[in-house]
Design a protein around this ligand. Structure first.
Ligand SMILES: [Zn+2]
Length: 154
């Protein structure tokens, strides 16, 4: 069974468990592209991915490439108890990013100092609502890359 099917690496970080609607998001992420599902009828973006457009009820969708830029909309600093690979890095940060392309689209992720840096690699004093961020991708397992975020002005 591949690690992506298990949802975790052995004693490693949790991995995405894509469903049918969300699979393209992770396939684009594996190629280093942050894309958002959009309605092919009225072009309304939607996240998380789902089969039907809430605006025009079309079932046709496309995946629009984003600028990869956004702002911190909110954040938390998780403390134990956490799963072992996360407890080792706690306290770290989990941020909610509103995309520059459409601030109604918000993604949850981590702010890091470099794409492959630890989850606690950014000084908590740098966490600020509204701070501009840019997406980066880190490989968690073979063929599995997830979006992370870097401060636009490090
Ligand atoms: Zn629509």
């Amino acid at each position: 069974m591949s690690s992506i099917m298990k949802g975790t690496t052995d004693n490693g970080p949790l991995l995405p468990v894509p469903d049918e609607d969300g699979a393209p998001f992770w396939e684009f992420a594996a190629r280093g592209e942050l894309r958002v599902q959009c309605c092919a009828g009225c072009h309304e973006p939607r996240f998380p991915p789902r089969p039907c457009c809430p605006r025009c009820q079309s079932f046709d969708s496309e995946w629009r490439v984003t600028s990869g830029r956004g702002r911190i909309w909110s954040f938390v600093r998780p403390h134990p108890p956490l799963l072992p690979p996360y407890a080792e890095q706690a306290p770290y940060n989990v941020i909610v990013v509103e995309l520059a392309d459409d601030p109604r689209i918000r993604l949850v992720g981590n702010l890091v100092a470099a794409p492959d840096a630890a989850l606690d690699s950014v000084d908590p004093a740098r966490l600020r609502i509204g701070a501009p961020v840019v997406v980066a991708f880190t490989e968690l397992a073979e063929g599995v890359r997830v979006p992370r975020w870097l401060l636009e002005r490090p």
